[in-house]
Ligand binder design. Structure first.
Ligand code: FAD
Length: 481
């Protein structure tokens, strides 16, 4: 309990939940009135939200507002430069304290620090908490005190340093403050449905309650086989928690702990749990890397790639974006992304590799398309993974390892379920030809109703030629392939 009876502003950002929310919990436990606030500041942090992110945010704010209303403290929505809005609401409510969960992306981190310093100069207390990562960036260091640049030792150190989780149940009864003006979410026009490009997105998947259900379902049904199914895009074998983790509808601590509990209660083995927990580890690794190497988001982590002879080819880029490359596995992935706002991880690797290696288009073009179209678009995970695929990142796949989109298809979508779902014009082709329709005998294609160049494109590049050209470009940097 604090001696200061004035209300506390809880500034929500990417922590759109009540449970396991340290900023909210501290404010509620103080016994003071709480003013939950969300500020839409589109000019902040250097990069506007992508379209799919705005769609998710709108739905997630609806869910959060409902949960907060039930608990007794309505969510206040305001738009404008964050510091000015905070000052406005502090003045209107008589609050003298702002509690927030930190963001660790470099621009957001610096902006938060500047705002906190400016408010503290005026005797406003600002408290920051970590609600988005298992460990605060900077806390996992090598023996010499520097940041890890390789995943496995980072992960080992992370696991060794994990303490016991702190349980923070969702507050059910929050002392709110009446009479604070709020804007209407609908007036923000985050997603106006014209045209309705998000018709295929799943609104039922958004929000804290949906995330909790998804985690439960995943642990009970899919965790056991995650290690074997996670690479099969035709099977719903992964958690689909990425947008919920990005927007903070669920905490990584809760995910980690419930998976660990599943080992304790015998639902899965430690090995089965580890296959999944390592992926949560990759999320941490990405966030820590970006925090410590701010240019990761738009500059090659390995400077030797600065001289890479990227091609500028708007037609090829457009064909990739629309899922019209003539490579079924690539096209299926890009169409899944456009239709649902999400893409399976194995296919993300295949389409990214195709863009940077087969088409030799700069990874930043792909990163930016993903930024706009993914519901889980995340600065750290997106840039880290694009650089991983491009070969320019930390602990990256070597550039000369070039995915063959046909063999990736036959290996990971053997029965063609994934390609048939997203590229229905090929669905009558036999499995044998499904991933390389141009190799099918003419009569097989005719029987399946496939006319190359008419009903489905011919490949926009030849795999073997593209591979040789990519390797030659790589060698031009002075590397041996
Ligand atoms: P699961 O397999 O169930 O994994 C559980 C969680 O672990 C995920 O929700 C995610 O938070 C984390 N995770 C899994 N794989 C990775 C990974 N390789 N890197 C970092 N975290 C991981 N993920 C994003 O969240 N946002 C992005 O913007 C993003 N961009 C990507 C771009 C490319 C080119 C590639 C290859 C991968 C990208 N990923 C990104 C990582 C990964 O594809 C997604 O996190 C995953 O597919 C989400 O599905 P899921 O929740 O079912 O994952």
């Amino acid at each position: 309990m604090s001696d200061d009876p004035s209300p506390i502003l809880v500034w929500f950002r990417r922590d759109l939940r009540l449970r396991d929310n340290p900023a909210l919990r501290e404010a509620v436990d103080s016994g003071c009135s709480v003013v939950p606030l969300y500020i839409l500041d589109e000019t902040a942090d250097g990069r506007p939200l992508g379209g799919a992110s705005k769609w998710w945010l709108e739905n997630s704010l609806k869910a959060l507002a409902e949960d907060l209303k039930q608990a007794g403290a309505p969510l206040i929505l305001r738009r404008g430069p964050a510091e000015a809005v905070l000052r406005e609401v502090l003045k209107e409510t008589g609050a003298r304290r702002v509690f927030m969960n930190r963001r660790f992306e470099p621009a957001a981190f610096d902006a938060d620090k500047d705002i906190a310093h400016a408010l503290e100069d005026d005797d406003i207390e600002c408290r920051g908490f970590n609600a988005s990562l298992l460990a605060r960036p900077g806390s996992i260091t090598t023996q010499s005190g520097g940041p890890y640049k390789v995943f496995t030792p980072f992960y080992r150190a992370l696991v060794e340093q994990l303490g016991d989780p702190i349980e923070r149940p969702a507050p059910r009864d929050i002392r709110g403050l009446n009479g604070v003006d709020t804007e209407a979410l609908a007036d923000w026009g985050l997603y106006d449905g014209r045209p309705d490009w998000a018709a295929g997105f799943d609104a039922d998947a958004v929000g804290e309650a949906a995330a909790a259900l998804r985690l439960r379902h995943f642990i009970d049904k899919d965790l056991k086989d995650y290690g074997t199914c996670r690479d099969r895009p035709g099977v719903a074998g992964t958690s689909r928690l990425s947008p919920a983790l990005h927007w903070g509808e669920i905490s990584p601590w809760r995910v980690w702990t419930e998976v660990a509990n599943a080992v304790t209660d015998g639902t899965v083995t430690a090995k089965q749990a580890d296959a999944f927990q390592r992926e949560i580890g990759w999320r941490e690794f990405s966030a820590h890397l970006l925090h410590q190497f701010p240019t990761l988001q738009d500059r090659n982590f390995q400077p030797k790639f600065d001289d890479f002879p990227w091609r500028s080819d708007t037609r090829a880029l457009g064909a990739w974006q629309k899922g019209q490359t003539g490579y079924p596995m690539v096209d299926a992935g890009m169409r899944e992304l456009w239709t649902t706002g999400w893409m399976h991880n194995r296919v993300r690797m295949v389409v990214a590799s195709f863009l940077v290696k087969h088409l030799r288009i700069d990874w930043r073009e792909g990163e930016s398309w993903f930024w706009d179209t993914l519901i889980d678009a995340d600065l750290a995970s997106n840039s880290q993974n694009w650089q991983w695929v491009a070969g320019s990142g930390a602990d990256a796949a070597p550039y000369f390892r070039i995915f063959n989109p046909v063999s990736q298809g036959t290996k990971f979508d053997t029965d063609g379920e994934y390609v048939r779902r997203w590229v229905p014009e090929l669905k009558r082709l036999p499995d044998r030809w499904l991933h390389s329709p141009w190799e099918a005998p003419a009569e097989v294609r005719a029987d399946a109703g496939v006319q190359l160049g008419k009903t489905y494109p011919r490949p926009i590049v030849d795999h073997a030629e593209a591979r040789d050209a990519a390797l030659a470009a790589f060698k031009s940097l002075g590397n041996e392939a």
